[in-house]
Each structure stands twice: as structure tokens, then as C-alpha cells.
Design a protein around this ligand. Structure first.
Ligand code: GLC
Length: 629
């Protein structure tokens, strides 16, 4: 009897293995020709290609059954992330809950916040003081000790999956930390490792690069090269001097980084945020941004993930103007990233807050709404980085707003200097040469919650909360996936304590990366507190967004003229449901002169019935109006 059971199990086992192999082969065969073609075009190295293929299979075999089950489910419905049920939240693990285990213990809070996608900010090994918020990775296979272990990560992702929550992490592939073992060996003069970076004996070639390559951190880390006195070489460092750019011309770099990517995917990561993706290929006499080879690499990555771990999504970090962002989606036949940040819309939103003029925002939304519906954007009001004023200046110039003075105005406004501004925050990387500067603050501080709280001005606080909630309501109205920065759900303000930490003091982005205030978070059930007001009102909006089909990513979306310069109107339609969003960006009560003649609507916030014609909207107020056909 016993023997027989064993026999069956062995047979089943063998059948399971054959089935798994078939699944793998099918995926591999789908991409084989293109993958080989692109690899050989870039590297012309068939033995390295063969090594890559062997390893893809090895990572597939190592992937656990739970993840393989998710792969199959998502493969069967590839549009699973294009609905209206996703809400993201990003946070630094230590700031949010101390460590990985702490995050696991806070999953209920995240669920209560309607969050089903968490972005764990960089948590891989890095050296304190030379970490750039974790974006200088010293070991891609080790979790920072203070945050936990790889086992903790696996346990966290498994716990998230039980709650249908997705986990996102950064894959910082443009550079390693100077503390990475490759960098250490390169520094000691090992040619094999030097060839994984860009090393130069003297400044002649770096000088040529500097003629065309812009600077990322002109104030905190000027120049693109760093002199290493001990190694007597210059090394390319587009970001901080301790972040050494990897040389993707070397196939060893590509292969090893793909293995790191798959290693992390196999820990249960659902969304890989490809950090600084436009920078990963360098050519002399170019800007070293968005070169065609970057697209080859991202396309190969997409195929590799579809072969080994098809449930994993690629989120590209392309902080550039729309024309440069969109190509990272690839084409319908040859897709690259699944999702991209809607960065220009984010920056244009704050321009609208400062000018109370929706003209440019409407124009920007029209551009985004005109793109193919397959494209999924990640929408946000702010993230862990600064807000760069990448606006459509040629359009603004037609209205007499010129780049330099306008940037100056925006920075003055949000620092709270311009007349009636209630915002608080700080400049970032003010460049004395170009006069350029970016801006840092939390959403709540930019909306006036910090100022009103400090001045204990209740009326101003109500207005500030109203503005904050209206901006979220508008952001939720956009197609794609909304992502909040942790703390924004309770209106958390700027944290100035970074100035006392010598490792952070130079970098004002830490002003909006403060620790989650759990004491204040206890107020979320008390509607008389700032936290309760923000949380409960966002909660209502989030629930509406998840339950109404007109919010699906591929709904028809358009803007409607309101004949008032401060009121934005967005329409959405999907399968017999129409929703109209009205958003008043000014501190005055206004009327939206819209004239939708299709009858009565329901105000989704109050439940009242009303016409969508000549709608009065209080200062910083908004409406979600619904109609079913
Ligand atoms: C990305 C990150 C940013 C970091 C940079 C360098 O832009 O968002 O925080 O400084 O990459 O890795």
C-alpha cells in the first residue's frame, strides 16, 4: 500500500516537472528569436548569451510554487493591473515601521488605508553616509542589517500576497555603490572589474563627456566624474561620487544584473521599479540619456521577466518630458515597461496650484488622454524625490510666462514667499549657474496644513485640508494607478530633523521623507482632528474609485471646458457609466460653466441629485458627479 502511494507521488512529480518544463519552454520559445537577436546585436557574444539562457532556466526552477501560481494567474489575465482597484503607498521601511517585520505587523493599517500595493523604498545593503537614500547598493542580495534579512523579505511578500497586496522594490541598475565588491576590486586595479565601470587614467575623455552630459546633482554632486586618488583614475559617477555608473557595454554587467533582478523577483517582488533607466547606456558626444541601447536593454528585461516570472511588472523611472517618457512603454508588439510615472502631470499640477490657472494642466491631460489606453501611468502628487519644474515652457511663453522667472516664481511660491502662499518647503539643488532649482515638501505642507497648524488658525486649516483632499480627488480621477507617499493619508507635514543628521543635512529631499507619526495616525477615527479629516475623506474617495467602473484604466477620458480659469473638469466613461470630476484650484468660490444636457447626475460625495450645468463650487472644492446610462 505504502509502496503504491509512493509510486503515484513519484509519477505525479515527474508529470509536474514535465508540465513545468512545458510552461517554461512555451514562454522561452515565444521570445527566443527576438531575445537572441537583440543580445547578439548589442554584445555579439554567443557564449554569454548561452550562459544567460541557462540561468533563466535555473531561476525559473528556483522560483517557488506560490509565485509560479501567481505567474499563471496573471499570465491568463495580462490586464490584471489595468483596472481601478489598485492604490499604492510608498515608504522607507525604517521610517514606516522600523524593519521588515514591523511592516508585516502594519499590514492591517495598510489595508485600512485601502492600499494594495506597497513600494518598499531601497532596502538593500548600503553604507550609512554614502547611501543616497539606499540608491547606492553595496550588495544586491543582502538586506540592510537594521531592516532584516532576505528571509524577512520573503515572509513579508508572502504575507502581502495572502492579502492580495503587491510589493514593489527599486532595482538600481544604473550604478553600484563604491562599496560593492565589484567596485572594491576595480579600485584595486583589477581590470576585469574596472571594465564593469567607466575608468579613465586622465581627464581627457571625461572632459569630452562633460561637454555634452548634463548634471543630475549640480550642487550636491557637481560634475559627472570622480577622481580616485588611491586608484589614480577617474570614474564615471552621474549621481553622487560614491555611485559608480555600470558599463552595460560589458555583457558580464548585463548578465549579472539580470541575475540579480531574477533573484529579487524570486523573493516575491511583484513590481520592479527600474531606477534611473534613461541613464543606463553611455556614448561619448551624447547626453548619455535615452539612447537606443537603453530600449534594447529594457526590452530584453521585459522578455526575461515574461520567461521566468511573468507576474512581475516593470515600472520605469523616467523623470522627463512626455515625448521621452512614452517610448519606454515600447510598442504593442514589443512592449518594454508596464508602467511609467506621470511626472509631467505631477509637476503641472503644482504649477496649477501656484497659478490657479488650469490651462496648462488641461492641455497636459489632453496629451495623456490621447495616448493609447494600454499605457498605464503611475499617478502621484509627490514622491520621495524633489519636484522638478519640467513644464511645457513653449506653451507657457505664449501667455508671457518664461522658464527662468516662472521657475523662480514657483519656488518662491512654494517656499511661502509669494504674497498669499500658504505653502512651506525647501529648495533642492539650486544651481547658481543656470538659476535652476527644484522643490521639496510634503503634500500637506504644500497645501498649507503646516502653516495653519503652526499658527493655530482653524479657518486656514479647513481650507488647507480642503485643498489637500481636492488634489487627491483630482489625482484619483486620472487613469492609471494612484500612489500615495506614506503619511500623506493623514496630512503629515515636513520633517526638519534631517538637518541635525550630518549624513542627511545636505540633501533637502529628507524634509519629505520623515518617519510615520503613529501617534497622530491614532486620530484617523476622530473626525475632529486633521488626521481624521484627511484620512476619512480620502477613504471615501478611494472606495469610490475602487467600486465605480468608470475609473478603470482604459475608460474614455477627456477634459471639459468650464469657462473659468481655475476650474478643471474631467470626464470618464466606461460601459454605461459616466463620471464628471470638477476641481476648483482657487481660494474663491466659483462657478463651472459646464452644460451637460444629458439629465440628472448623482453627487457621489453627498448622494444628492443635481444637474451638471452651471455648478457652483466652493474654494478648493470638488465634485464627483455620476450618471448611468
Ligand atoms: C532615482 C531615485 C533618486 C536617486 C537616483 C539615483 O532618481 O529616485 O532618489 O537619487 O535615482 O539612484
Amino acid at each position: 500500500m505504502e509502496k503504491e502511494t509512493k509510486k503515484v507521488t513519484a509519477a505525479e512529480n515527474a508529470a509536474g516537472k514535465t508540465a513545468a518544463k512545458e510552461v517554461y519552454n512555451k514562454r522561452f520559445e515565444k521570445h527566443m528569436d527576438e531575445l537572441r537577436w537583440l543580445y547578439m546585436e548589442l554584445y555579439d557574444n554567443s557564449s554569454m548569451y548561452a550562459e544567460l539562457c541557462d540561468n533563466l532556466h535555473r531561476f525559473y526552477e528556483e522560483r517557488n510554487d506560490d509565485l509560479k501560481a501567481i505567474d499563471q494567474l496573471r499570465e491568463a489575465s495580462p490586464d490584471w493591473y489595468k483596472k481601478n482597484d489598485m492604490l499604492g503607498m510608498m515608504f522607507y521601511i525604517d521610517n514606516f515601521a522600523g524593519n521588515m517585520k514591523g511592516v508585516e505587523s502594519k499590514l492591517d493599517y495598510l489595508e485600512k488605508s485601502n492600499v494594495n500595493y506597497i513600494h518598499l523604498m531601497p532596502f538593500l545593503d548600503t553604507v550609512e553616509g554614502r547611501s543616497d537614500g539606499g540608491y547606492a547598493v553595496a550588495d544586491f542580495r543582502k538586506v540592510q542589517e537594521k531592516l532584516g534579512t532576505m528571509e524577512d523579505l520573503e515572509s513579508l511578500t508572502a504575507a502581502c500576497h495572502k492579502k492580495n497586496m503587491n510589493v514593489c522594490m527599486d532595482f538600481v541598475m544604473n550604478h553600484t555603490s563604491e562599496d560593492h565588491e565589484w567596485a572594491k576590486k576595480a579600485r584595486q586595479g583589477d581590470g576585469e572589474y574596472m571594465s564593469r565601470y567607466f575608468f579613465y587614467e586622465d581627464y581627457s575623455i571625461p572632459a569630452e563627456y562633460e561637454k555634452t552630459v548634463p548634471q543630475v546633482f549640480p550642487t550636491t554632486a557637481p560634475g559627472n566624474f570622480t577622481w580616485l586618488p588611491d586608484a589614480e583614475h577617474f570614474v564615471l559617477t552621474s549621481f553622487y561620487p560614491y555611485q559608480w555608473d555600470l558599463n552595460y557595454k560589458n555583457p558580464r554587467v548585463f548578465n549579472e544584473m539580470m541575475y540579480n533582478f531574477l533573484f529579487l523577483a524570486n523573493k516575491g517582488i511583484d513590481i520592479i521599479r527600474i531606477d534611473a533607466v534613461p541613464y543606463i547606456w553611455k556614448e561619448l558626444y551624447t547626453q548619455c540619456r535615452n539612447l537606443p541601447q537603453v530600449h534594447t536593454i529594457v526590452r530584453m528585461m521585459r522578455m526575461i521577466s515574461e520567461i521566468v516570472c511573468p507576474s512581475v511588472l516593470l515600472l520605469g523611472e523616467v523623470v522627463m518630458e512626455p515625448e521621452k517618457v512614452v517610448p519606454y512603454f515600447g510598442t504593442v508588439e514589443k512592449p518594454e515597461c508596464h508602467m511609467l510615472y506621470n511626472v509631467t502631470t505631477m509637476a503641472t499640477t503644482w504649477h496649477t496650484v501656484a497659478t490657479r490657472d488650469v490651462k496648462l494642466l488641461k492641455q497636459q491631460l489632453d496629451v495623456v488622454n490621447g495616448l493609447p489606453k494600454e499605457y498605464v501611468f503611475l499617478n502621484y502628487l509627490r514622491c520621495h524625490d524633489d519636484i522638478g519644474w519640467g513644464l511645457d515652457y513653449p506653451s507657457l511663453a505664449k501667455d508671457g510666462m518664461y522658464e527662468r522667472p516662472h521657475k523662480q516664481y514657483l519656488n518662491d511660491y512654494f517656499q511661502g514667499y509669494a504674497g498669499d502662499s500658504t505653502s512651506r518647503g525647501e529648495l533642492y539643488n539650486a544651481d547658481p549657474v543656470t538659476g535652476d532649482a527644484r522643490f521639496c515638501a510634503t503634500t500637506a505642507s504644500m497645501c498649507g496644513i503646516e502653516k495653519a497648524g503652526f499658527e493655530q488658525d482653524e479657518e486656514a486649516m479647513e481650507k488647507a485640508i480642503q485643498k489637500d483632499v481636492m488634489l487627491h480627488a483630482y489625482m484619483f480621477m486620472q487613469s492609471g494607478i494612484p500612489v500615495l507617499y506614506s503619511g500623506d493619508e493623514i496630512g503629515q507635514v515636513n520633517d526638519y530633523s534631517y538637518k541635525e543628521d550630518p549624513h542627511k543635512a545636505e540633501d533637502s529631499r529628507y524634509i519629505h521623507r520623515g518617519a510615520m507619526n503613529w501617534e497622530l495616525a491614532e486620530n484617523i477615527t476622530d473626525a475632529n482632528t486633521v488626521e481624521g479629516k484627511v484620512f476619512q475623506r480620502l477613504d471615501q474617495l478611494e472606495k469610490i474609485r475602487k467600486s465605480e467602473r468608470a475609473f478603470v484604466s482604459n475608460a474614455d477620458t477627456w477634459t471639459i471646458e468650464t469657462w473659468d480659469s481655475s476650474i478643471l473638469c474631467i470626464g470618464r466613461y466606461y460601459e454605461g457609466e459616466k463620471i464628471i470630476g470638477l476641481f476648483n484650484f482657487s481660494e474663491h468660490d466659483k462657478t463651472a460653466w459646464i452644460n451637460e444636457t444629458d439629465g440628472e447626475y448623482e453627487d457621489m460625495i453627498s448622494g444628492n441629485k443635481m444637474e451638471a450645468r452651471g455648478v457652483n463650487i466652493p474654494a478648493f472644492g470638488f465634485y464627483y458627479l455620476k450618471k448611468e446610462f
